[in-house]
Design a protein around this ligand. Structure first.
Ligand SMILES: [Zn+2]
Length: 252
Protein backbone atom coordinates (compact mmCIF):
# COMPACT_ATOMS: atom_id res chain seq x y z
CA UNK A 1 0.00 0.00 0.00
CA UNK A 2 1.24 3.47 -0.88
CA UNK A 3 0.12 6.97 0.02
CA UNK A 4 -1.63 9.12 -2.56
CA UNK A 5 -0.32 12.60 -3.44
CA UNK A 6 -3.18 14.09 -1.42
CA UNK A 7 -2.21 11.98 1.60
CA UNK A 8 1.41 13.14 1.35
CA UNK A 9 0.16 16.71 1.71
CA UNK A 10 -2.44 15.94 4.35
CA UNK A 11 -0.08 13.99 6.60
CA UNK A 12 3.14 15.87 5.79
CA UNK A 13 3.67 16.91 9.43
CA UNK A 14 3.61 13.24 10.39
CA UNK A 15 5.77 12.06 7.51
CA UNK A 16 8.52 14.53 8.37
CA UNK A 17 8.86 12.98 11.84
CA UNK A 18 11.64 10.40 12.19
CA UNK A 19 9.34 8.36 14.41
CA UNK A 20 6.58 8.16 11.77
CA UNK A 21 7.85 8.70 8.23
CA UNK A 22 6.17 7.31 5.15
CA UNK A 23 6.16 3.72 6.46
CA UNK A 24 4.60 4.83 9.74
CA UNK A 25 1.84 6.77 8.00
CA UNK A 26 1.09 3.71 5.85
CA UNK A 27 0.88 1.60 9.03
CA UNK A 28 -1.56 4.16 10.49
CA UNK A 29 -3.61 3.98 7.28
CA UNK A 30 -3.77 0.18 7.51
CA UNK A 31 -4.89 0.13 11.15
CA UNK A 32 -8.37 -0.73 12.39
CA UNK A 33 -9.26 0.63 15.84
CA UNK A 34 -12.29 -0.36 17.91
CA UNK A 35 -13.70 2.29 20.25
CA UNK A 36 -16.16 1.11 22.89
CA UNK A 37 -18.06 4.09 24.33
CA UNK A 38 -18.57 7.40 22.55
CA UNK A 39 -18.67 9.59 25.66
CA UNK A 40 -16.06 12.18 26.53
CA UNK A 41 -13.08 9.83 26.09
CA UNK A 42 -14.37 8.28 22.86
CA UNK A 43 -15.18 11.68 21.33
CA UNK A 44 -11.67 13.02 21.93
CA UNK A 45 -9.86 9.83 20.89
CA UNK A 46 -11.95 9.31 17.74
CA UNK A 47 -11.41 12.85 16.50
CA UNK A 48 -7.64 12.57 16.72
CA UNK A 49 -7.56 9.09 15.24
CA UNK A 50 -9.66 10.19 12.25
CA UNK A 51 -7.52 13.30 11.75
CA UNK A 52 -4.31 11.27 12.09
CA UNK A 53 -5.29 9.03 9.18
CA UNK A 54 -6.39 5.76 10.81
CA UNK A 55 -7.83 3.61 8.02
CA UNK A 56 -10.79 2.11 9.83
CA UNK A 57 -12.71 2.90 13.01
CA UNK A 58 -15.46 0.82 14.59
CA UNK A 59 -17.63 2.65 17.14
CA UNK A 60 -19.89 0.95 19.69
CA UNK A 61 -22.39 2.86 21.86
CA UNK A 62 -26.09 2.38 22.59
CA UNK A 63 -26.71 5.88 23.97
CA UNK A 64 -28.33 9.00 22.55
CA UNK A 65 -26.92 12.48 23.12
CA UNK A 66 -28.23 14.23 26.25
CA UNK A 67 -27.91 17.90 27.18
CA UNK A 68 -25.71 17.00 30.17
CA UNK A 69 -23.20 15.30 27.80
CA UNK A 70 -22.38 18.53 25.96
CA UNK A 71 -20.09 19.84 28.73
CA UNK A 72 -17.43 17.29 27.72
CA UNK A 73 -18.45 15.18 24.69
CA UNK A 74 -17.04 17.52 22.09
CA UNK A 75 -18.19 15.76 18.93
CA UNK A 76 -21.79 16.68 19.79
CA UNK A 77 -23.55 20.02 19.52
CA UNK A 78 -26.79 21.36 20.98
CA UNK A 79 -28.80 20.36 17.93
CA UNK A 80 -27.57 16.75 18.20
CA UNK A 81 -29.47 16.17 21.47
CA UNK A 82 -31.68 13.10 21.15
CA UNK A 83 -29.73 11.56 18.26
CA UNK A 84 -27.71 8.33 18.34
CA UNK A 85 -24.13 9.05 19.42
CA UNK A 86 -22.53 6.62 16.96
CA UNK A 87 -24.44 8.00 13.97
CA UNK A 88 -23.66 11.63 14.79
CA UNK A 89 -20.03 10.75 15.54
CA UNK A 90 -19.70 8.96 12.20
CA UNK A 91 -20.95 12.05 10.33
CA UNK A 92 -18.63 14.41 12.20
CA UNK A 93 -15.59 12.13 11.81
CA UNK A 94 -16.32 11.69 8.09
CA UNK A 95 -16.33 15.48 7.77
CA UNK A 96 -12.89 15.59 9.43
CA UNK A 97 -11.47 12.86 7.18
CA UNK A 98 -13.69 11.32 4.47
CA UNK A 99 -11.13 8.56 3.80
CA UNK A 100 -11.68 6.82 7.16
CA UNK A 101 -13.94 3.78 6.92
CA UNK A 102 -16.29 3.98 9.90
CA UNK A 103 -18.46 1.12 11.13
CA UNK A 104 -21.04 1.76 13.85
CA UNK A 105 -22.93 -0.42 16.30
CA UNK A 106 -25.88 1.35 17.95
CA UNK A 107 -26.16 -1.24 20.71
CA UNK A 108 -24.66 -2.33 24.00
CA UNK A 109 -21.32 -4.13 23.80
CA UNK A 110 -23.02 -7.05 25.61
CA UNK A 111 -25.56 -7.43 22.79
CA UNK A 112 -23.11 -7.97 19.96
CA UNK A 113 -20.53 -10.64 19.23
CA UNK A 114 -17.44 -8.79 20.44
CA UNK A 115 -15.30 -11.92 20.16
CA UNK A 116 -16.09 -12.14 16.42
CA UNK A 117 -14.90 -8.55 15.92
CA UNK A 118 -11.56 -9.11 17.63
CA UNK A 119 -9.52 -10.67 14.78
CA UNK A 120 -10.41 -7.70 12.55
CA UNK A 121 -9.10 -4.98 14.88
CA UNK A 122 -5.56 -3.98 15.85
CA UNK A 123 -6.21 -2.03 19.05
CA UNK A 124 -9.27 -1.76 21.32
CA UNK A 125 -10.01 1.46 23.21
CA UNK A 126 -12.04 1.11 26.39
CA UNK A 127 -13.80 4.47 26.73
CA UNK A 128 -16.63 3.20 28.92
CA UNK A 129 -17.60 4.27 32.43
CA UNK A 130 -18.66 1.18 34.33
CA UNK A 131 -16.82 -1.78 35.77
CA UNK A 132 -18.95 -4.59 34.28
CA UNK A 133 -18.25 -3.34 30.76
CA UNK A 134 -14.56 -2.86 31.56
CA UNK A 135 -14.23 -6.44 32.85
CA UNK A 136 -16.02 -7.76 29.75
CA UNK A 137 -13.83 -5.81 27.29
CA UNK A 138 -10.69 -6.81 29.21
CA UNK A 139 -11.63 -10.50 29.18
CA UNK A 140 -12.55 -10.46 25.48
CA UNK A 141 -9.29 -8.73 24.51
CA UNK A 142 -7.28 -11.13 26.69
CA UNK A 143 -8.89 -14.19 25.11
CA UNK A 144 -8.29 -12.82 21.60
CA UNK A 145 -4.70 -11.67 22.43
CA UNK A 146 -5.47 -8.09 21.32
CA UNK A 147 -3.99 -4.78 22.41
CA UNK A 148 -6.14 -2.80 24.87
CA UNK A 149 -5.85 0.87 25.82
CA UNK A 150 -8.02 1.60 28.81
CA UNK A 151 -8.76 5.05 30.24
CA UNK A 152 -11.06 6.52 32.84
CA UNK A 153 -11.84 9.92 34.32
CA UNK A 154 -13.69 10.82 37.49
CA UNK A 155 -13.85 14.27 39.09
CA UNK A 156 -10.32 15.68 38.59
CA UNK A 157 -8.39 12.43 38.15
CA UNK A 158 -7.71 10.39 35.03
CA UNK A 159 -6.09 6.99 34.56
CA UNK A 160 -4.57 5.33 31.51
CA UNK A 161 -3.05 1.89 30.95
CA UNK A 162 -2.17 -0.19 27.88
CA UNK A 163 -1.87 -3.96 27.52
CA UNK A 164 -0.69 -6.24 24.72
CA UNK A 165 -2.25 -9.61 25.46
CA UNK A 166 -0.15 -11.26 22.74
CA UNK A 167 2.75 -10.91 25.18
CA UNK A 168 3.13 -13.87 27.51
CA UNK A 169 2.54 -13.11 31.19
CA UNK A 170 0.84 -9.78 30.52
CA UNK A 171 -1.17 -8.47 33.45
CA UNK A 172 -4.76 -7.41 32.73
CA UNK A 173 -7.23 -4.74 33.81
CA UNK A 174 -8.62 -7.02 36.49
CA UNK A 175 -5.13 -7.37 38.03
CA UNK A 176 -5.35 -3.60 38.50
CA UNK A 177 -8.96 -3.54 39.72
CA UNK A 178 -9.56 -6.99 41.26
CA UNK A 179 -12.81 -6.16 43.04
CA UNK A 180 -15.83 -4.59 41.44
CA UNK A 181 -15.99 -1.08 42.83
CA UNK A 182 -19.43 0.34 43.43
CA UNK A 183 -21.18 0.88 40.10
CA UNK A 184 -22.32 4.31 41.30
CA UNK A 185 -18.73 5.59 41.14
CA UNK A 186 -18.93 7.22 37.72
CA UNK A 187 -19.20 10.65 36.10
CA UNK A 188 -22.96 10.92 36.48
CA UNK A 189 -22.83 10.49 40.25
CA UNK A 190 -19.50 12.15 41.11
CA UNK A 191 -19.00 14.69 38.35
CA UNK A 192 -15.99 15.21 36.10
CA UNK A 193 -13.95 18.14 34.87
CA UNK A 194 -14.77 18.82 31.23
CA UNK A 195 -11.22 19.03 29.87
CA UNK A 196 -10.04 15.93 31.73
CA UNK A 197 -11.89 13.81 29.15
CA UNK A 198 -10.04 15.62 26.38
CA UNK A 199 -6.67 15.00 28.06
CA UNK A 200 -7.31 11.30 28.69
CA UNK A 201 -8.97 10.65 25.30
CA UNK A 202 -6.06 12.36 23.53
CA UNK A 203 -3.63 10.22 25.54
CA UNK A 204 -5.53 7.11 24.41
CA UNK A 205 -5.21 8.22 20.78
CA UNK A 206 -1.50 8.87 21.37
CA UNK A 207 -1.14 5.35 22.78
CA UNK A 208 -2.80 3.92 19.65
CA UNK A 209 -0.32 5.71 17.38
CA UNK A 210 2.59 4.54 19.52
CA UNK A 211 1.35 0.94 19.47
CA UNK A 212 0.94 1.06 15.67
CA UNK A 213 4.41 2.56 15.24
CA UNK A 214 5.64 -0.32 17.36
CA UNK A 215 8.92 0.95 18.77
CA UNK A 216 7.44 3.13 21.47
CA UNK A 217 5.50 0.73 23.61
CA UNK A 218 5.20 1.33 27.32
CA UNK A 219 2.88 -1.41 28.45
CA UNK A 220 1.43 -2.37 31.82
CA UNK A 221 2.11 1.01 33.41
CA UNK A 222 -0.65 2.96 35.04
CA UNK A 223 -0.46 6.66 34.27
CA UNK A 224 -2.38 8.80 36.76
CA UNK A 225 -3.15 12.39 35.85
CA UNK A 226 -4.37 14.84 38.48
CA UNK A 227 -5.94 17.86 36.81
CA UNK A 228 -6.04 19.97 39.98
CA UNK A 229 -2.36 19.36 40.78
CA UNK A 230 -1.41 19.26 37.06
CA UNK A 231 0.71 16.21 37.84
CA UNK A 232 1.41 12.83 36.24
CA UNK A 233 2.37 9.71 38.20
CA UNK A 234 3.36 6.34 36.75
CA UNK A 235 3.06 2.97 38.47
CA UNK A 236 4.24 -0.38 37.08
CA UNK A 237 1.59 -3.14 37.12
CA UNK A 238 2.61 -6.79 37.36
CA UNK A 239 0.30 -9.75 36.82
CA UNK A 240 -1.61 -10.77 39.94
CA UNK A 241 -1.15 -14.55 40.48
CA UNK A 242 -4.62 -14.60 42.08
CA UNK A 243 -6.35 -12.70 39.24
CA UNK A 244 -9.77 -14.19 38.46
CA UNK A 245 -9.47 -13.12 34.82
CA UNK A 246 -5.96 -13.86 33.48
CA UNK A 247 -4.71 -16.45 36.01
CA UNK A 248 -7.73 -18.31 37.31
CA UNK A 249 -10.58 -17.60 34.90
CA UNK A 250 -13.96 -18.75 36.16
CA UNK A 251 -15.22 -21.25 33.58
CA UNK A 252 -18.58 -20.89 31.89
ZN1 LIG B 1 -5.38 -10.22 35.44
Amino acid sequence: MLLTDQEYIRFSRHIMLDEVGEAGQIAIKQAHILIVGMGGLGCAAAQYLAAAGIGQLTLIDHDNVEVSNLQRQILFTTEDVGGAKVTIAKNKLTAINPKVKINTFYQSVFDLNLTALMPKVDVVLDCTDNIDTRYFINYTCLKAKRKLVSASAIQGQGQLISFDFAQKGSPCYQCLVPEKVSSTRNCSSLGVLSTLLGVMGSLQATEVLRLILNEYQILNQLLIFDAWQMSFKRLVLTADPECQCCKHPIKG
